[in-house]
Structure formats: C-alpha cells, structure tokens
Design a protein around this ligand. Structure first.
Ligand code: UD1
Length: 420
C-alpha cells in the first residue's frame, strides 16, 4: 500500500491548477443514464472515485471513451445499450455516491436494483430520503438481501419535502424527476453548487428545471432527454484544501481554473485566520505572513461552512494562536483525524460533536494513518506544518478525491513523495 512521506516546514508558494469537482462529476456521470444519446463531459477530474463510477456505468452498459489533452480530461458516455440495471455491493460499498444511479435508471427504464451502501467511517449515512422521495413519485420499493429493488412503469411528479438537507438525495430525485410524468417540487433541497452544476447539465440535456441553488427545486418532467456537451465546475473542496495548506505553512499561492464565489464561508474563515486574499473570475490568490489566529467554526449545509473542509481547518488550528471551537453538525463521526493529529503533538479535546483545539507552538512529524478522504487532507496539511518527517499510511482515501495531490504540492515547493 502506498504511503506519503512529507518533510514539513516549507511555506507553499506558486501556482496550482484546480481540477474538476468530484462531487459534481459523480452525479453528472450518472446523468448519462437518462438518455440514449451521447453526453460529452470535459474538466473531469482523474480520481479513484471517478474510475469507480466509470466501471459501474460500464457494467450497467454505458459505453465510455476517455481522451486527455493537457490537464483536461474529456469523457464521452453513451447510454444507448444499457441492459444491466444493477449497482452491485462491491461498487456501492467503496463509493456511496453509486446510489446516484438509482434515480436515473428507474426513471428511464422503469426498474433498478442498487445495493444499500451500509455504514461508512464518518457516520451511519442512510439513504432513506432517496427511497422515500422515489416512493412519493410512485415507485414500488422492496429491500431484499441488502439491495434496493425499485420499480415504476413511469414515475409521477410529486411534492417532496426532504426531512434533512441531503446533497445526493436532492440530486437523485432531481434526476428522476426530469423524466417523470408531471411536475415535481423538491422542498428543503440542498443548495450546494454541485446541485446547481448537475441541474445545468440536465438543462443542457433538455430537462426543465428551475430553482436549483435555492431550497425549492421545480422540475417539469419531459418524455426524453438528449445528448449534450458540458464542462464540470471546479472543485471547491480541493480549492479550499490548497488555500488552507498555503495559509497553514505561511505561504503565497495562486489557484487557477477555480471560482471564488462558491467558497465564501471558507474564504471568510481564512481571513479570520489572518490570510490576505485576492480573486478574479477564475483565480484566487492567498498570502499569509505573520502568526495564524485560531478560528471557530460550525459545519452546516451550503452556503454555510462545509463539513468537507472541517478537518483541514482543524489542522490549521493546531498551530494557531489561541483556542478554537469547532462543531460538526452534518456527520456524527467526523473527528477521526483528531487521534492522528494528537500523534503529531496537537492539543485537541472532543466532547460530543464539538472539538476544542488549543494552538501549540510546534507539531512534530510522526507516522499517522488516513481514515477518510478529508481526514487524510488534514494530515497532509499537518505534515506540511510539522517539524521533521510525517508518514501517512492508507492514502487510498486521499486518491479517491484529490488528483495527484503530491505532484501539485511538490510544484508548490513542498517536500512530499509517494512511497510504494
Ligand atoms: C455529499 C457529498 C459529501 C459531503 C456531504 C455533505 C457527494 C458525492 N458527497 O454526501 O462529500 O460531505 O454531501 O455536504 O456529493 N442523510 C439521511 N438520510 C438520507 C441521506 C442523508 O439521514 O437518505 C443524512 C446523512 O447521514 C448526513 C446528512 O443527511 O447526516 C447529510 O448527508 P448528505 O447531504 O446526503 O451527504 P451525501 O450526499 O452522502
């Protein structure tokens, strides 16, 4: 298994290109199931989760071809010969987002079988909201042998009030509703930019959607969707991760191929930490000199502070002046990085869903273990700040969601290498 070895202490400096967004690419790849025509996607990130999604779609019968030019990867997907309406356990257990094939397969073909995802490291993460929404649209759903079996001759539009704000839940139901008979209204919908990106792609495919990005999404079902070309939005979490790494190491970094408007809550916290930030249409520049200040934060659905950036800010707070209070409201077990950060000398106490971090003058390199995707990113940032060498085991978590993170960090001057 691969490891990352990091020699800490170098401020990051230079320019880095941000990849396409994982959490937009995954639902948009699944949208290819909604049409027999070809969907052409550019700015697709080269990530393990994307490879898993491609394998799953190929198994279902989507024909896929990939071409790269420079840093940009384009994928063509044709859902003309789909025949195997199953998402097996082996796929769904490695990537929960595989649940996103359920809505499209059911809407276009009238049936689908998708494995239940089971638990995952950061919390229970059920899919009851996806199931209840599809039932409200007239689907018959049976749970047997660990699989969701769904049937509906044609889904009907419905008014669906989501109990909790769910990103993939909103996306699954929005995709299903594009081909339903009549009008669907999803209330208490997720407002994440990735939901908007999916809606834009669906609209390019002929869907009638309004309100994406607000908490009420309105979809008028159509008989068919057609092919389209669509460019995936930049990854706001990768952007945020590099900005935190730059601030935490006292560096100066420019991100290109990104957008600042989707990062307001994160940029506000970086300003609180003492960073200077400038931005243009597709770039963000961060400079940091002088001491870091501790920042309090509370995760919540967009546009509030994202849970996917909580771990990275915890790493920054480990060496900031003062005490930070961080509250995680989305996932019940998303503090697994705390034990590992403590191995580097961090002073963190956890009480329920709140962590109290007292800044220390120095972290010291140690061997640590990645436990989930964003926790891994926090260990990389802590390793970049620490004295001496930090080795991170189990970095397959990192490869699920960051494209060539060690190459991009090396380009910014970090002393980091992958050990096979
Ligand atoms: C998505 C993101 C993930 C991010 C998360 C929260 C993708 C592929 N993944 O995950 O990176 O951390 O949003 O911003 O986009 N819940 C239920 N029942 C359901 C669905 C969700 O109780 O049917 C709960 C979850 O357990 C969690 C909360 O709702 O506590 C939010 O989860 P959700 O927004 O659904 O997360 P994902 O869409 O899986």
């Amino acid at each position: 298994m691969d490891r990352l070895a990091i020699q800490g202490g170098t401020p990051l400096s230079g320019e880095v290109r941000i990849s396409g967004a994982k959490n937009a690419a995954l639902p948009i790849l699944c949208a290819s199931l909604l049409t027999a025509d070809t969907l052409t996607l550019s700015n697709v990130p080269r990530l393990h989760d994307v490879t898993t999604a491609i394998k799953l779609l190929e198994q279902i019968g989507v024909r896929i071809s990939t071409r790269s030019s420079g840093a940009d990867t384009t994928i063509e997907l044709s859902g003309r010969d789909v025949e195997n309406l199953v998402a097996p356990y082996e796929m769904v257990k490695t990537m929960r987002a595989a649940i996103l094939v359920l809505g499209p397969m059911l809407a276009r073909f009238g049936e689908a079988s998708v494995s239940l995802p089971g638990g995952c490291a950061i919390g229970l993460r059920p899919v009851d909201l996806h199931i209840r929404g599809l039932q409200a649209m007239g689907a018959e759903i049976a749970i047997e042998h660990g699989y969701i079996h769904a049937r509906a001759k044609r889904l009907r539009g419905a008014r669906i009030v989501m109990d909790l704000v769910s990103v993939t839940g909103t996306e699954n139901l929005m995709m299903a509703a594009t081909l339903a008979d009549g009008v669907t209204l999803i209330e208490n919908a997720a407002r994440e930019p990735e939901v908007v990106d999916l809606a834009k792609c669906l609209i390019a495919m002929g869907a009638k959607i309004s309100g994406a990005g607000s908490d009420a999404v309105h979809i008028v079902g159509v008989a068919n969707l057609h092919g389209a070309s669509y460019r995936i939005m930049p990854d706001r979490i990768e952007s945020g991760t590099f900005l935190v790494a730059a601030a935490a190491t006292g560096g100066a970094v420019t991100l290109v191929n990104t957008r600042s408007g989707m990062l307001d809550a994160v940029l506000d916290k970086l300003l609180d930490a003492g960073a200077k930030i400038e931005s243009g249409e597709d770039w963000i520049r961060l400079r940091k000199n002088g001491p870091l200040r501790a920042v309090n934060l509370r995760t919540a659905p967009y546009p509030a502070f994202p849970t996917d950036m909580q771990a990275q800010f915890m790493a920054l707070n480990c060496m900031a002046a003062g005490t930070a209070i961080m509250t995680e409201t989305i996932f019940e077990n998303r503090f697994m990085h705390v034990q590992e950060l403590r191995r580097l000398g961090a002073d963190i106490e956890v009480e329920g869903n709140t962590a109290v971090i007292k800044g220390v003058a120095q972290l010291d390199g140690a061997r640590v273990m990645a436990t989930d995707l964003r926790a891994s990113a926090s260990l990389v940032i802590a390793g970049l700040m620490a004295n001496g060498e930090t080795t991170i085991d189990r970095i397959y978590h990192l490869d699920r969601g960051y494209e060539h993170i060690e190459d991009k960090l090396s380009q910014l001057g970090a002393n980091i290498r992958r050990v096979h």
